[in-house]
Design a protein around this ligand. Structure first.
Ligand SMILES: O=P(O)(O)OC[C@H]1O[C@H](OP(=O)(O)OP(=O)(O)O)[C@H](O)[C@@H]1O
Ligand SMILES: O=C(O)c1cc(=O)[nH]c(=O)[nH]1
Length: 215
């Protein structure tokens, strides 16, 4: 685990983004931990998070022309990343997002922001079973644009449709990189180093044995 990953996990624990307990996920899985980006609820915290995403995008070396944030939480994340790229990295890239429900009045439709074209980097919070990312990939390709990669804060490293992790499946099927600031393996390492998180560490291991990638 790199220093920036340890710092990122500490930031998410300090802000209550990363919590231990019992949570039902979009996939229906019941998880002993949850990553709630909704807790990044101040301007300074969001700016810091945007800088972490922008740094990860640049560090990855992935070539992209624009950002796309899936509703809902991906919207704020793509916005924060676009701002950080412009302010901190000198890159003014277009960005767009979708609505979960199509708007029937005004400009209408589900897509908002820059037209989807060129190489599109998807920006979201977590990947579990990969449903949200696959929906975004469909949207991007339906517009004739090209997915460039997926940028997330946390790869939960859970099985997707087969035995590989959702991130591995997406990477293999679409030939794109999945860039995560941290992964379940990092959370496990972090929890394993702290005696006060011993019970949580055990529950994480049991959950990984059920839903994680084998081996
Ligand atoms: O890999 P998956 O199994 O798709 O799960 C991860 C997705 O689930 C959540 O979105 P959700 O639509 O539940 O919530 P939001 O509206 O708060 O973004 C999360 O923000 C990811 O987009
Ligand atoms: O799989 C999900 O639905 C999910 C997991 C998680 O850790 N955080 C989140 O917002 N959604």
């Amino acid at each position: 685990m790199h220093d920036y990953q340890r710092e990122f996990i500490e930031l998410t624990l300090a802000r209550d983004v990363l919590r231990f307990g019992e949570f039902t996920l979009k996939s229906g899985r019941v998880s002993p931990y949850f990553f709630n980006m909704g807790r990044i609820d101040s301007g300074a915290a969001l700016a810091r998070l945007g800088r972490a995403y922008a740094a990860a995008a640049v560090r990855s070396g992935v070539a992209f022309d624009m950002l796309f944030g899936p509703a809902y939480k991906g919207i704020a994340l793509a916005a924060a990343t676009a701002i950080a790229l412009a302010d901190g990295q000198g890159r003014d890239v277009p960005w767009a997002y979708n609505r979960k429900e199509a708007k029937a009045h005004g400009e209408g439709g589900t897509l908002v922001g820059a037209p989807l074209k060129g190489r599109v980097l998807i920006v979201d919070d977590v990947m579990t079973a990969g449903t949200a990312v696959r929906e975004s990939l469909d949207l991007i390709r339906a517009q004739g644009a090209e997915p460039a990669g997926v940028l997330i804060a946390l790869d939960r490293q859970e099985r997707g449709q087969g035995e590989l992790s959702a991130a591995q499946e997406v990477a293999a099927q679409f030939g794109i990189p999945v860039i995560a600031i941290a992964s379940l393996a990092d959370v496990l390492t972090y929890a394993g180093e702290r005696p006060e998180l011993a019970a949580e560490h055990e529950r994480l291991l049991a959950y990984r044995a059920e839903y994680g990638v084998k081996g």
